[in-house]
Structures are given as structure tokens and as C-alpha cells.
Design a protein around this ligand. Sequence first.
Ligand code: UDP
Length: 389
Amino acid sequence: MAASTVRTNLDGKPLNPLTILMIGAGGFIGSHLCEKILQETPHKILALDVYSDKIKHLLEPESLEWAGRIQFHRINIKHDSRLEGLIKMSDLTINLAAICTPADYNTRPLDTIYSNFIDALPVVKYCSENGKRLIHFSTCEVYGKTIGSFLPKDSPLRQDPAYYLLKEDDSPCIFGSIEKQRWSYACAKQLIERLIYAEGAENGLEFTIVRPFNWIGPRMDFIPGIDGPSEGVPRVLACFSNALLRREQLKLVDGGESQRTFVYIKDAIEAVLLMIENPDRANGHIFNVGNPNNEVTVRQLAEMMTAVYANVSGEPALEEPTVDVSSKEFYGEGYDDSDKRIPDMTIINKQLGWNPKTSLWDLLDSTLTYQHKTYAEAIKKVISQPTTS
Ligand code: UDP
């Protein structure tokens, strides 16, 4: 029999298999995290969600080599008495469940606040009361607008990182007014972070907070009319993919001037696994997880996706691949945007030695290859159907 290699953490200590309760395991991030844990570690997963479509390939057939290490529980944490029992059975709880799509912030503001704050409360409470570790997913939105965005457009200070770099232990936060409901989302996330921190300070809760900076990749969101509502508005990757698949123009909201840094989901998941397996290095910390080298404006993203998709599909791009739309037209009343988001990487580098690897071009190439394979035929079918009047 081959000698089994002992899995060790960053400090060379052997790792015991963990039981991990993953709340929101059926979403985009959860599906990639489940895949990674099952394929590369001995840990067990109690996967909790209301949907399981994105992890179906991990649950069926039951002959899969990891079948005994993942158990799916169709539970809504809003109202289910089984939650505390599942937290007690696990060594670690990871909470991914939340609404985090900008189109929802101003159209479903109550659901947004409830899912990001109220529904997370029992998870935090049960972890704290039962002495269980918690990894909670927050957002880079808690930084609000950059200080630089308040400077005159031509100010040279805008080029100074002191005015835009987002640091976990240093940056202040400036939110927009109450009618701009993106900031209600940010505020709900901000308050749950502060509550978790207070549970740590007063009651000894072992916690790690993750602030994702635009994680993208396969299985993100949905393609309207194919695996989500026709009128639904997903995040930018899926909106642009949908337009490319349908040979329609990509819509640039308010000129597409906002800037984002995009990180490949598979890079980001490596960071989460390091947090899971290195509690001594991760507990009590808040981590930015993003790729500061992959910054583009939304317009540049549209141009790059158009070029990558032409390669992937073998079809030439439209002559005018983009069109400008106002945010009011696209999202409705009460929308506001984040201007720029560059994560400072000092803390995650120091604690976990993590760095993102994948360039924007490469991550778009693998993601759009996936989108094309998964959706091109289905879209063709839908387009060829006669529309009912
Ligand atoms: N956006 C756009 N066209 C679209 C979808 C989004 O121009 O079809 C813009 C949106 O206004 C924002 C950026 O793309 O400036 C990123 O939006 P996303 O929904 O991905 O989430 P965010 O990073 O704002 O949380």
C-alpha cells in the first residue's frame, strides 16, 4: 500500500480532517470552494443552500470518490431550527449566503439588508455561543468611495495610492446618501463585520473576514432567459457574456468609466483554503482578496471581452461592440456606483503568503471558453424560436 502523504499547514503542522459547514454552498463561490476541498483535501462538507444546481456535479452520481464527504442540506437559514445543530456538528462555519448583485440593491433593498445583516446574526451568535470558528464573507464595498474620487478630476493626487489604495486596517469609509441604496448593502455588510469583531473582542469568537474584490469565473450568476429570469440583471461578467453570446452590443453604464480589479475565482479559492487550514494565521484577521494587477475600466473590460470572445467563438466581433446607457435606464432610480477598487495586499501576503497568479486576459479566456461551451447552443435555440406576440 502506498504511504499516504500527511497534509500539513503553512507551519508544517499535520492537518486533521475538518467538518466544514458551508452556508451558501450552492452559489458561485461555494461551488468552486466545494470542488477544491473535495478534490484536494480530506475535509468533509455539510453543504447548506436553497439551490444545488451549481454543485450537482459534486453530489451526483453517488459513486463519486468523495461521495461520503459532502452532504447537501436544502435549508433556508432565515427560518430553520436545524442551523444551530449543524454549526455544533462542524469545526468551522463558512458563511457565503447573501444578496450581492447591484441590480438588487435598489430594487430589493429590504431583502438586501435582511440577507446581509439580519439573516447572518444567528450564524454569528451560534458560532460564538458554541465556541466554533467562523469565516464570514463580506465585500470590498465596505470601503465605500475612494478619497481620490472627491478630488478634482485633474488633480495629480488622484495618482497617489494614499488616495485610492484600500487597506483593511487603515482606510476610512465614505458612503453615499441613503437614497443610493448600494450603500445600504455596504452598510449592512459593515455592521455585520463590526458585530463579528465585537464578538471576537468580548466573547472570544474565532473569526476571519474575507473582503472579495470582483471574483469572476465560470458559473458566475446566470445567463438571462437560459438559467435565470429573462428580465434579470446579473453582474457585469454575465451581462457582457450574455450580450456576446447573443451578438448584441455590450451596454456601458454611464460611459463605463468606473474601474475594477478582477481576480480569477480559482486564485481566490486558493486564498480561502489557506485561511481554512491555517487558523493560527487567519483568526482575528480581515483579508482583502483581489488582484491589484488586473485593473481596467468597465469600457476596457468590454473591449477585452469582445476580443477574447471573437477568438473563442471564431466569429468576428460586431462593428460597434458597445453602446452607452444611463444608470437610471439600466438599473432604475437609486443606483450609485463605486469609482475604483484596488486592494492592498500587505496583510494577506504577510499572514498567508498568498498572491493572485492569473492575468485578466487569461482568466477571461478560460471563462469565456466555458460560457461558449455551456450556453452557445441554448442561446441559438432561444433566438431561433418565433417570438409570441
Ligand atoms: N456594468 C455595465 N454594464 C453592464 C453591467 C454592469 O457597465 O451590463 C457596470 C456597473 O455599472 C459597474 C460595473 O459594471 O460600474 C461592475 O458591476 P457589477 O454588477 O459586476 O458589480 P460591482 O462591481 O459594481 O459590485
